[in-house]
Design a protein around this ligand. Structure first.
Ligand code: RB5
Length: 145
């Protein structure tokens, strides 16, 4: 997919990685809408997850969420119907999250993942295409819950 607009947000434990990702993605031609947080003052990650998910659902664009572990962001994001958020710590997860799961939000962990790997995973995620086929049915069945 050619670069377009995407959304990014973090809590205080993800602001450094967020800044690195914004720089990396803008260099690749993406327009990155940074929805905060904008300082290392302690904040509640669900606020930022909900803010980003509202934008992803309204626009159909993709989002990236970062917190210390990636876990809280992923939990909060996946409460939104239509959001498929994937917590990734390896390139293979980033690739499969698009190809198999049609993920629309990538969750990353600043306290675990090196910034360079986070950039590689973001690139893979944003370029990845959903494979459809048998995966279409499985993704639809997520909504059976
Ligand atoms: C903040 O200390 C930390 O709990 C948060 O960034 C995240 O890891 C929660 O899942």
């Amino acid at each position: 997919m050619p670069p377009g607009t995407l959304f990014i947000a973090s809590d205080h434990a993800g602001v450094k990685m967020k800044a690195e990702l914004v720089r990396f993605l803008e260099n690749k031609g993406w327009k990155v809408e940074d929805l905060g947080a904008h300082s290392s003052d302690s904040v509640d990650y669900p606020e930022y997850a909900h803010r980003l998910c509202a934008e992803v659902l309204a626009t159909g664009r993709k989002g990236i969420l970062i917190c210390g572990t990636g876990i809280g962001m992923c939990m909060a994001a996946n409460r939104h119907k239509g959001i498929r958020a994937a917590l990734c710590t390896h390139e293979f997860q980033a690739k499969s999250s698009r190809g198999h799961n049609d993920a629309n939000v990538l969750c990353l962990a600043e306290r675990i993942t090196a910034p360079a790997l986070a950039c590689v995973m973001a690139d893979i995620f944003l370029q990845g295409e959903f494979e459809g086929g048998r995966h279409q049915r499985r993704v639809e069945r997520i909504e059976e819950a």
